[in-house]
Design a protein around this ligand. Structure first.
Ligand code: PLP
Length: 401
């Protein structure tokens, strides 16, 4: 008998499990709108041209070696990543107030930040939006923080519940950590306006809460890297402290390279350097040092004017295709006279639409139409194409009538 005989089977991950079910379905019309990964009009994964070019440069450079990176990762990558999110002329960077460490994509950056906070910060409660990306609760709980939620989404308006958000953060204990999606909130696609961000910022600063930004979609939401960083820059601009987790999975299509960064903006350079010394103690026993390939691709693109420009064009093309899919789906539902107000499809931002479909309707669409999505009714717009929009619109129409 196995010594593991008592191990019980764990449930599939709620998001990745959708793909498992999809793969098992033999139907030729099946459609996977579960996982958040970009697909072309042909439904294929995309490697950006600029990434291929950067990889070619790396391969041709015979001086490149495969030695370990330092614990904090590739120095150029860290510097350029901070510049990308905070802005080229950021006073925080100029004043050496920012410490940046290369991590394993967005997830790893959140985890390293969470572990650091659990060890060195006096207030171990983190508030995350309700709803949020399903992994947040698990990441921060395992890091040693206590997770609570704040109201975020209003199912009636399918928009932001600003009042509820301000009330919940207003009654959070002083010093509590607040997780904020920098842009393209997952799963709702609902972002605060700049005006609303300003109200949130004032409340957070007046209560000495600690903002922790999750930036998984910079440039992917609006098509502009600067616009999608406005929320973060607003908070850094006031001189207060903040955490930022960046991912290059979506905006450079580097999903499997696991490349991201954690930046901590501090009040002075001395604190920043001490914080960095402690981040090393978090990272070293966890995975020792990060991988070199993905970070080298990112650094090659960010430091070369031409490659950088080319990246912004390819990024904009991805964002624009998603925005076009929103319009097409909305038009297709209007043409069918599908009951209900579907304007949120074009109003929401980023990779996902939070359709408002319930679990029963989702199950119906999977069983009858072979369309796969998370049970909360979230669909990945990046997985749609002009060819598949009519099929999805038929399914939604049938599900609600
Ligand atoms: N944060 C949010 C809100 C996300 O949606 C995702 C990916 O779906 C991530 C973080 C982290 O992704 P990765 O670890 O692949 O960078």
């Amino acid at each position: 008998n196995s010594v593991f005989a008592n191990v019980v089977r764990a449930p599939e991950d709620p998001i990745l499990g959708v793909t498992v079910a999809y793969n098992k379905d033999p139907s030729p019309v099946k459609l996977n709108l579960g996982v958040g990964a970009y697909r072309t009009e042909e439904g294929k994964p995309l490697v950006l041209n600029v990434v291929r070019k950067a990889e070619q440069l790396l391969v041709n450079d015979r001086s490149r070696i495969k030695e370990y990176l330092p614990i904090v990762g590739l120095a150029d990558f860290n510097k350029l990543s901070a510049k990308l999110i905070l802005g080229a002329d950021s006073p925080a960077i100029r004043g050496n107030l920012v410490t940046t460490v290369q991590c394993l994509s967005g997830t790893g950056s959140l985890r390293v930040g969470g572990e650091f906070l659990a060890k060195h910060y006096h207030q171990r409660t983190i508030y995350i939006p309700n709803p949020t990306w399903g992994n947040h609760t698990k990441i921060f709980t395992l890091a040693g923080l206590t997770v609570k939620t704040y109201r975020y989404y209003d199912p009636v308006t399918r928009g932001l519940n600003l009042q509820g958000l301000l009330e919940d953060l207003g009654s959070a204990p002083s010093g509590a950590i607040v997780l904020l999606h920098a842009c393209a909130h997952n799963p709702t696609g609902v972002d605060p306006t700049l005006n609303q961000w300003e109200q949130i910022r004032q409340l957070i600063r007046s209560k000495n809460l600690l903002p922790f930004f999750d930036s998984a979609y910079q440039g992917f939401a609006s098509g502009s890297l600067d616009k999608d960083a406005e929320s973060v820059r607003m908070f850094v601009g006031d001189g207060g402290e903040c955490f930022i987790a960046q991912s290059y999975a979506k905006n450079m299509g580097l999903y499997g390279e696991r490349v991201g960064a954690l930046s901590i903006v501090c009040r002075n350079a001395d604190v920043a350097s001490r914080v960095e010394s402690q981040l090393k103690l978090v990272i070293r026993p966890m995975y020792s040092s990060p991988p070199i390939h993905g970070a080298s691709i990112v650094a090659a693109i960010l430091k070369d004017r031409n490659l950088y420009h080319e990246w912004t064009l390819e990024l904009k093309a991805m964002a624009d295709r998603i925005i076009t899919m929103r319009k097409k789906l909305f038009d297709a539902l209007s043409a069918r006279g599908t009951p209900g107000d579907w304007s949120h499809i074009v109003k929401q931002i980023g990779m996902f639409t939070f359709t408002g479909l319930n679990t029963k309707q989702v199950n119906f669409m999977t069983q009858q139409y072979h369309i796969y999505m998370t049970s909360d009714g979230r669909i990945s717009m990046a997985g749609l194409s002009s060819r598949t929009v009519p099929h999805l619109a038929d399914a939604i129409h049938a599900a609600v009538t």
